[in-house]
Structures are given as C-alpha cells and as structure tokens.
Write a protein of this length. Structure first.
Length: 83
C-alpha cells in the first residue's frame, strides 16, 4: 500500500483539528466545504473510508515513523559509532 509522506499526514491532521474547532463554533459554508475536502483527502491518503479511521491511521503512521527515526531505533544508524 502507498503511504502518504509524514509531512502531508501531519498537515492534514492539523487542518482537520482546526477545521473541527471552527466548524463547531461557526459552521460556515466555507468551513464545511474545506472540512469535506480535508476529510476526503485524509481518507484517500490513509486508505480508509471514514474520518475516524483516517485520523487513527494517520496518527498510527506518524507514531510509527517517529519511532523508526528515533536514535537507536532498529534500522536507524543515526548516532551509530563507526567500527
């Protein structure tokens, strides 16, 4: 399965959270339209069909990516001492 770049996922999550707050407060047509766009893009980017699953999948992918890049994580040679 293709996976979205972590920067794309984090940006989509941030937009979703901001739009959720705006939609709860204002509920304007523009906010609702942008919310629909972000929801669709998150679902496509994560291979899911609903926003709850998309948010969970995005967070899981981002957490997995962060663990893989952590110093000393398996497969990460950052900070390794040359032999």
């Amino acid at each position: 399965m293709l996976m979205a770049h972590p920067l794309v996922l984090s940006g989509l999550l941030e937009q979703y959270e901001v739009l959720t707050a705006l939609n709860a407060g204002e509920g304007s047509e523009d906010v609702r339209r942008r919310m629909e766009d972000v929801t669709y893009t998150m679902c496509v980017s994560t291979g899911t069909r609903d926003i709850g699953s998309a948010v969970a999948a995005a967070r899981k992918q981002l957490a997995h990516g962060a663990r893989r890049k952590a110093p000393g994580a398996p497969g990460n040679r950052a900070g390794a001492v040359p032999a």
